[in-house]
Write a protein that binds this ligand. Structure first.
Ligand code: BGC
Length: 708
């Protein structure tokens, strides 16, 4: 049975009266004025038409806080109060597995962007985590397209409900930073449709995102920003996108091709143009003007771009009064804390070493440079200046007050090529020996200056990680601390997996925090002491070693500098680990709680091409907690090879001790279909399917076999 994609409604159109205002504005504009609107005229704005009351379009990064002001031409403006709320980054946000948190995060961002006079916030970033090495994984959400789709829709609605626009990035295939500005990505149509596009599609069709940012790389030979197939055929064609496609900064390299390929707005002040940039040299400036005058490009092509820009302007209240935003408020910081509380993941808790009990724990040795480090300004364009940022050390001090003695040792040095330092390790060991519990805070770090591979850059735009090993001699440090004090908890920062294989069996407690934002240290301390019960789940598989990852095992990474072939195809993340029986360190969807949950046998009712599933989940422990109930589908027999399971639904259930709740999942045909690239369509092959429900991709608690 073949299933064709239905044409989708165009979410970004304005009402007919506004559409006719847009047309009449276009009629009044000179060609020069139109051309002014389709290219940048400063680092973050495009030109308006003062004569007609059309303002400049004001953009700003994104995605987890409003970026500090950069003046008009990349001069960091340290004058104003541009200290925003620093929200947990994309990977931590998605680790909540709670779409309401997506909405909450987007709302804070939208409100603050609005307050700061921005029209478009450059986020969310939703590229698939194909390799653990991608320097920007921290900004992104997951290896799984379904989870991304659910998280991104809330985020976009949250932003756009505040009267500003989100900008979905980086469309598409920007899955590595090495050679990002030109690498040509080759993948099958099936991988494109099943893995790499669904998040973008959901953001456009369900989320109604007003603007999309094209990525730097090429796809099948053409730059993504003006890739006829990706932009004209899929985004604007199949998905009916009526909003504006902007380039990533400096991602346009030609005039005619780019104008016709679907890019609407050229952005990016080339650093080489500074200090006196000449914006008339942009591809979409004088060169475009000449082409239209010379008849090489029809004026209607430019009109369509202006129309799309004007739509965004109307949608984001640039011609009427936008409801006002608020800025860096206590409420916003509370949202940041709440997301961190739900996004921090308890990976291991041997012998219930956690939660710590204030009655018995009298001394804590906090160890590790990340324990006392702030991250807001790190990572590249997503940097956020923030009024304050609670580090893990501060969070613990705040929570414990005088009741617990807390010491701090640096343990390792964050510097390029820094190795284990025997003196620092000895100091850490001495401190650990004297304490009831040692908390080592390590993992990856952000660089602060991303224009060069600065001394400490790992989770950073523009660069990938060189390998997956713990940098700065942290393995030696952690092993020594565990030896000195068996009650050692390791807290890992960072945008995804890190190789912890040399000490994982020895450590009693391990937490993954991502980059948890300005209140991250508060949330971490609350979780360590059980004030908050952890409920985050991994959004990306933690391989034991880098070589176990599909992009490295089956595919190419980073390619030959011209091309990169995604030979692992649809077997990204757990789809690979589960199907090829490679045991990960921690599975996709894994995350522990201080309580326990019991799953009932599900009741499944099928009808043509769909199923509804009811299941009860009970909190069988003694404290309140939340469980992310995950539903995976397995196709028992199919014409094309399929992963042994794929996430098709989930629900985060909050339960008091002893409480149980029934939840219902409605699975439509998309939950059972695969993309057949011979027929070029989604196919639901009749047959048997297993509905697998569990607490992670590897911890399936119950299953039902159905026939469709
Ligand atoms: C990044 C984008 C960012 C833009 C503007 C680019 O280098 O790739 O994500 O929005 O700069 O700062």
């Amino acid at each position: 049975m073949g299933t064709n994609l239905l044409p989708v409604s165009a979410q970004q159109t304005t009402d007919p009266a506004t559409e006719s205002k847009i047309e009449s504005l276009i009629k009044k504009m000179t060609l020069e004025e139109k051309i002014g609107m389709i290219h940048g005229n400063s680092s973050f704005t495009s030109t308006g038409v003062a004569r007609l009351g059309i303002p400049e379009l004001m953009t700003s990064d994104g995605p987890h806080g409003v970026r500090p002001e950069h003046g008009r031409d990349w001069v960091l403006d340290n004058k104003g109060d541009d200290s925003s709320t620093y929200l947990p980054v994309g990977i931590t946000l998605a680790s909540t597995w709670n779409p309401e948190m997506g909405y909450a995060s987007g709302s804070v961002l939208g409100s603050e962007a609005n307050y700061r006079g921005k029209d478009v916030i450059l986020g969310p970033g939703i590229n698939i985590m194909r390799t653990p090495l991608n320097g920007r994984n921290f900004e992104y959400m997951s290896e799984d397209p379904y989870l991304i789709s659910k998280m991104v829709v809330g985020y976009i609605k949250g932003v756009q409900d505040q009267g500003v626009s989100a900008s979905l990035k980086h469309y598409m295939g920007n899955n590595q930073e090495i050679n990002r500005s030109g690498i040509n990505v080759e993948m099958s149509e099936r991988a494109l449709r099943e893995i790499y596009l669904p998040g973008f599609k959901a953001a456009v069709v369900e989320g109604g995102v007003n603007t999309v940012m094209g990525s730097y790389n090429r796809f099948r030979g053409e730059y993504c920003t003006y890739n006829d197939y990706l932009i004209n055929k899929i985004l604007k064609g199949e998905w009916g996108f009526q909003g504006l496609v902007m380039s990533d900064w400096g991602a346009i390299h030609s005039t005619k091709e780019a104008l016709l390929g679907g890019a609407d707005l050229e952005m990016g002040t080339d650093l080489e143009m500074l200090p006196n940039p000449d914006y008339s040299k942009f591809f979409f400036a004088d060169a475009a003007l000449r082409m239209v005058r010379g008849g090489e490009i029809a004026e209607s092509v430019i009109d369509d771009k202006v129309r799309r820009i004007l739509r965004v302007m109307y949608k984001t209240h640039m011609f009427d009064k936008r409801p006002s935003g608020t800025y860096a408020t206590k409420e916003h910081a509370d949202v940041a804390r709440k997301i961190a509380e739900e996004g921090i993941i308890l990976l291991k808790n041997k012998g219930n070493v956690l939660p710590l009990d204030k009655k018995t724990i009298k001394t804590i040795a906090v160890i590790g440079a990340n324990g006392n480090r702030t991250n807001g300004m790190g990572g590249g364009s997503s940097q956020v200046r923030t009024k304050y940022e609670i580090t893990p050390l501060k969070g613990l001090q705040n929570l414990c007050g005088n009741s617990v003695g807390i010491t701090y040792e640096q343990g390792y040095t964050i510097a390029r090529n820094a190795q284990a330092d025997p003196k620092l390790i000895q100091q850490a060991v001495d401190a650990a020996k004297k304490a009831d519990v040692a908390i080592v805070v390590g993992g990856w770090t952000h660089g602060y200056d991303y224009s060069v591979w600065s001394d400490n850059a790992y989770d950073t735009e523009g660069f990938d990680k060189p390998d997956m090993n713990m940098p700065f001699g942290q393995d030696e440090l952690i092993r020594a601390v565990i030896k000195a004090n068996p009650n050692t908890i390791v807290v890992l920062y960072g945008g995804g997996p890190i190789d912890i294989d040399t000490w994982v069996n020895e450590a009693k407690g391990i937490l993954q925090v991502g980059y948890p934002g300005m209140e991250g240290g508060t949330a971490l301390a609350e979780i360590l002491f059980g004030v908050v019960n952890p409920s985050g789940k991994l959004t990306v598989t933690f391989p034991k070693h880098l070589e176990d990852s599909p992009a490295h095992k089956l595919g190419e990474y980073p390619g030959d500098s011209i091309n990169v072939h995604y030979n692992e195809d649809i077997f990204v993340g757990y789809r690979y680990f589960d199907t090829y029986k490679v045991e990960p360190q921690f599975a996709f969807g894994h995350g522990l709680s201080y309580t326990s949950f019991k799953y009932s046998k599900p009741v499944v009712v099928t009808s043509t091409g769909s199923a509804s599933v009811k299941i009860s989940v009970q909190n069988t422990g003694t404290r309140q907690g939340a469980e992310v109930v995950q539903l995976y589908v397995r196709d028992l027999k199919s014409s094309l090879k399929r992963p042994v399971k794929e996430l098709k639904a989930f629900n985060k259930v909050f339960l008091n001790a002893g409480e149980s709740k029934e939840i219902e999942f409605n699975l439509d045909k998309s939950a059972f279909s695969y993309y057949d690239d011979k027929q070029n369509q989604w196919v639901l092959e009749p047959g048997k399917f297993d509905i697998l429900i569990g607490s992670s991709s590897s911890d399936i608690r119950t299953k039902n076999r159905i026939k469709l």
